[in-house]
Ligand binder design. Structure first.
Ligand SMILES: Cc1ncc(COP(=O)(O)O)c(C=O)c1O
Ligand SMILES: [Zn+2]
Length: 390
């Protein structure tokens, strides 16, 4: 294996070439990177690529970086817990997805991709659009028509072709695949194994600075964040710079609860017409089985939060100077619930990544917490507040 790693099917175990542009195995399952851990890896520099020895990379000359990673961590007492709030929203495109995008796009570039397509609720589309443009790769991004306007603008401004798809989130992926032309790689953050590898670096950064927290409370949509953080801590533990793998608590929004349902049985809420936490409104994540396994293996669990609780967390964070998007506030609402339900204990140290920037969803946030500044109401954005907050 000249690349120093393999791509292995999570379903049938079959090996695939590391430079494949296929997005899944012939058997229909997602692929994973298998890379032997170096005995004593040396970390140099900053950001995601500080962890180069632990990341899969087809060609050192193809790294596409925008300075992602090395995000600050703010320590706060929340609900009696010592919360490590990692400001992932300070990444270059405003979300943690940049960590996945840098590793995925670098490998796509090395594999010779000229044109890619992705479907996304917004943030992954922003990240992949930016990194593709930086790499000189043409990019088409399919989003739900109801995605926040700022995210759609951002995608278009990076130079990607934006395709807005009416209807449910599942329709977005269906349309992409129906329109996928030969020679265009489907670079899905939900399926692509390199994307998840980049997300491991969140755990490495926390482990290097703080050691292993007792738990990590993570918003789950496709589950890439959860799988990346779990794998990152597992590797850090094997390499000796984390004492253990933290218990992982998956946070889902009412109406979109596949992880909760798999663990405990149906939660039983209907999907809302306009999900407040748009980034985690994913009914059937392709890596669900892996996500559930990771949660179980860690000794963690899952909680479900309602829009009302997300709005409360949004306000609490904003008033603490931390302006995040609703999907991101769901993690803090989830922390509260995890404490109430005994999944996290008072006094424990808990990683809570703040995954996405509030600047992408100002109107939606104002609508959710019911506090748009008076003199801004009725302006050009008023219609949008109504449309997005539903
Ligand atoms: C801000 C934000 N947080 C969390 C998530 C969930 O991440 P994942 O899809 O990796 O589970 C997303 C996904 O889009 C997101 O945009
Ligand atoms: Zn397979």
């Amino acid at each position: 294996m000249p690349a120093g790693f393999r791509l292995v099917c999570s379903g049938c175990g079959r090996t695939h070439a590391p430079d494949t542009l296929a997005w899944r195995c012939e058997c229909g399952s997602p692929l994973d990177v298998e890379k032997p851990l170096p005995a004593e890896p040396r970390f140099e520099g900053r950001g995601v690529w500080r962890y180069r020895p632990l990341l899969p990379l087809l060609d050192d000359r193809s790294v596409v970086t925008l300075g992602e990673g090395s995000t600050p961590t703010v320590e706060r007492d929340l609900y009696g817990v010592e919360a490590l709030l990692k400001l992932e929203y300070l990444n270059p495109t405003g979300s943690f997805k940049d960590r996945g995008a840098t590793v995925m796009v670098s490998n796509l570039k090395a594999a010779g991709a000229r044109e890619i397509a992705i479907d996304s609720s917004g943030n992954a589309g922003c990240a992949v659009a930016a990194y593709a443009s930086a790499a000189g790769i043409r990019c088409r991004v399919y989003v739900p028509a109801g995605a926040p306007r700022a995210k759609k603008m951002q995608i278009a401004l990076y130079g990607a072709e934006l395709v807005e798809v009416p209807g449910p989130r599942s329709e977005v992926g269906r349309k992409l695949l129906a329109e996928l032309k030969p020679g265009v790689a489907y670079a899905s953050h939900m399926w692509n194994p390199y994307f998840i590898e980049g997300l491991k670096t969140i755990a490495y950064e926390v482990a290097e600075r703080f050691g292993a927290p007792d738990a990590a409370v993570l918003p789950v949509g496709s589950g890439g964040l959860l799988l990346g953080v779990h794998r990152g801590f597992a590797e850090a533990a094997r390499l000796g710079f984390a004492e253990r793998v933290p218990r992982i608590v998956a946070v889902q929004a009412a109406g979109y609860t596949p992880v909760y349902d798999a663990l405990y049985g149906p939660y039983g809420a209907e999907p809302p017409a306009e999900p407040l936490a748009d980034g985690i409104a994913i009914p059937n994540p392709p890596r669900l089985k892996q996500v559930v396994e990771a949660v179980r293996e860690s000794g963690g669990g899952a909680v479900v939060v309602e829009d009302r609780e997300i709005a409360e967390a949004l306000k609490l964070l904003a008033r603490a100077g931390l302006l995040v998007e609703p999907t991101s506030a769901a993690a803090v609402a989830g922390l509260r619930k995890a404490v109430e339900q005994g999944l996290v204990e008072r006094g424990e140290r808990v990683l809570v990544p703040l995954t996405g920037s509030g600047l992408k969803a100002l109107d939606k946030i104002a609508g959710a917490i019911g506090e748009a500044p008076r003199h801004l109401e009725g302006g050009a954005n008023a219609a949008e507040v109504g449309a997005e907050a539903g």
